[in-house]
Design a protein around this ligand. Structure first.
Ligand code: SF4
Ligand SMILES: [Zn+2]
Length: 407
């Protein structure tokens, strides 16, 4: 895979610009199909409960997804190749501070869960994620006043030990973090989409629009200055990579995140398919398969080898089958929810469920033995091993040109 890891200065800029334009134009044309659905602006997009490993114990985590204005990178540049969260945002209307407050108040009084038999109480959840389908630290997407309202409220719940939010690196600013620290003194972890530390993979395959990783270094330093934790999201298997290239890239990126950028935790996120994404488009053409779950084992072991330690906070994130307490308002693409993918990382129909259970177990213990114990499946394991042998000698630019340049 040496041809992928070209130093940025050695890249043929003309070929890069051409490939980059092809990717961006294709993503934008797919986004044009995003329907403007009549979401209720005062109702949450989703609430999900799952287990989480926190301070050596398995605890309950609640993930609260605000119905929001959508990611700015998505609105201006088309967004990342694997993401279609804008499917869950009202395109023509703005979610105001008052709308967000009503959404948040429905968490506080439990009214978001109309079918509940027991009253929802934030104090029952030591880990709370608050997501906005974009960057919670970007005031263009959600105002600092709104963020302060949410965190001031969270500060009242002493059962909540850790709050996890997400933001692109460029919005991790002194102003944003000060706004939170004015009203919240607990543990805050900010998830930052790094996706890949390889320039070509990140900028072409992910279409991430992070030209210089200094912005990531600065963000991690800033978080640590505010006594906050930095979590890196590493997308596993973007479009245009073979399975083995994607494994190598996820390992190298995760090792870089720990060793070079000093992230406190890494979440490896296997690509799943949402409507109107470039990944989904490539899948429809028969040019993309979601990553194999077997590969995740290689990645975890590779990260241990690369860092020389197993004492790492590594999570396997993204979408797997979870209990959704509240979500679809009946307007989405799929049965469950408009942001829930229609296809997630998988092996074959015989062993996928067992491996997903092993992933859930791993996320409760961070012990790779939970993944290692899954026995090779007679139906698909050798197929996966063969898949890893597939090579593509073309550069990423050439691959993009060959596929998108001929349409
Ligand atoms: S992955 Fe994050 S930065 Fe990329 S389009 Fe989606 S929300 Fe925006
Ligand atoms: Zn199988």
């Amino acid at each position: 895979m040496s041809h992928l890891f070209e130093a940025k200065k050695e890249i043929n800029r003309k070929a890069f610009e051409k490939a980059s334009t092809l990717v961006e134009e294709k993503i934008k044309s797919l986004r044009a199909n995003t329907p403007n659905l009549p979401y209720e602006k005062t109702k949450l997009a989703e609430v999900e409960i799952n287990k989480f490993f926190y301070e050596g114990k398995t605890v309950d985590r609640v993930m609260i997804v605000l119905r929001s204005n959508g990611c700015q990178h998505y609105k201006t540049n088309g967004g990342c190749s694997m993401c279609a969260h804008l499917n869950g945002a009202p395109l023509m209307e703005k979610i105001t501070h008052e709308n967000y407050v009503m959404q948040w108040n429905s968490v506080i009084d439990g009214s978001f869960n109309e079918s509940a038999t027991t009253k929802f109480n934030l104090n029952d959840y030591p880990v709370v994620c608050v997501y906005n389908l974009g960057s919670l630290l970007n005031p263009e997407e959600i105002s600092f006043d709104t963020v302060k309202y949410i965190f001031a409220s969270l500060n009242q719940y002493k059962g909540v030990k850790k709050v996890i939010i997400e933001s692109r690196a460029e919005y991790v600013t002194e102003d944003a973090l000060s706004a939170i620290r004015e009203v919240y003194d607990g543990i805050v972890e900010v998830g930052i989409g790094v996706e890949s530390t390889d320039y070509l993979v990140r900028e072409l395959c992910h279409h991430k629009a992070i030209d210089d990783t200094k912005i990531i270094t600065d963000a991690v330093e800033m978080l640590h200055r505010f006594n906050m934790k930095a979590l890196a999201y590493v997308n596993f298997k973007p479009v245009f990579l073979t399975e083995s290239e994607a494994i190598d890239d996820a390992i190298k990126t995760s090792v870089d995140c720990f060793s070079k950028f000093h992230f406190d935790a890494v979440s490896v996120e296997p690509t799943s398919l949402q409507e109107n994404s470039l990944a989904n488009f490539m899948y429809d053409l028969g040019l993309y398969r979601v990553p194999w779950l077997w590969s995740l084992r290689d990645i975890i072991h590779g990260i241990y080898d690369g860092t020389g330690t197993k004492k790492l906070d590594i999570r396997l994130g993204g979408y797997f089958d979870e209990e959704v307490l509240s979500g679809s308002q009946g307007t989405g693409f799929a049965d469950r929810n408009e942001i829930f993918p229609h296809m997630t990382s998988s092996n074959c129909s015989h062993c996928t469920n067992e491996f997903v259970d092993a992933i859930k177990q791993f996320n409760m213990t961070y012990d790779v033995k939970d993944l290692d114990k899954v026995k090779p499946c007679p139906h698909c394991y050798s197929l996966w091993e063969d898949t890893k042998k597939i090579c593509d000698s073309r550069s990423i630019m050439k691959r993009i040109n060959d596929i998108l340049g001929r349409m």
